[in-house]
Design a protein around this ligand. Structure first.
Ligand SMILES: Cc1cc2nc3c(=O)[nH]c(=O)nc-3n(C[C@H](O)[C@H](O)[C@H](O)COP(=O)(O)O)c2cc1C
Length: 139
């Protein structure tokens, strides 16, 4: 809401809030954003909230605080989800976990497909016995 010239909640405020949470017994912060004012201008695009998660995670970790950070919003592919949490080889994760909503509505088997695409072995539900994708299937 900065564009209105009125005082506004900023990323620095979120960082200050995040740093208070571990002492209050909170383990995980899901970083989202939203509208409660019609004058708000949210520039919606893939990753639009993920960078905020990354900034908060970096600040919390810098202070040695223990708070897991979740990223949400328009995460629709296995690669996106992986890239957000991946570390090693100089990569700094933007979040510790991703949380997905609308893609589950479109594609209820999303976690099974994502695991298959990323080559991660997961246990399929018993009802899928002999119904899982073949090892090399392109899905
Ligand atoms: C129509 C709609 C309105 C939403 N409004 C808010 C909101 O006001 N505040 C908020 O923090 N998140 C809001 N969300 C985000 C959801 O809480 C949730 O984090 C999000 O749907 C997850 O992202 P995904 O559905 O793209 O996977 C909204 C989502 C949708 C689809």
């Amino acid at each position: 809401m900065e564009h209105t010239g009125q005082p506004s909640w900023t990323i620095d405020d979120s960082i200050r809030l995040a740093k208070l949470l571990p002492a209050a017994g909170i383990d995980l912060l899901d970083v989202s954003s939203g509208g409660n004012n019609e004058a708000q201008k949210v520039n919606v695009h893939p990753y639009y909230q993920v960078d905020m998660a990354g900034q908060i995670r970096e600040a919390v970790q810098k202070d040695g605080l223990k708070l897991l950070i979740g990223a949400v919003g328009m995460i629709t592919t296995a690669e996106m989800a992986r890239d957000i949490v991946q570390e090693g080889d100089g990569l700094v994760p933007k979040a510790d976990i991703v949380l997905i909503a609308r893609q589950f509505l479109r594609e209820p088997e999303f976690p099974l497909r994502a695991a298959h695409q990323l080559g991660v072995e997961v246990k399929w539900p018993i009802q899928y016995h002999r119904a899982g994708w073949a090892k090399d299937a392109k899905v």
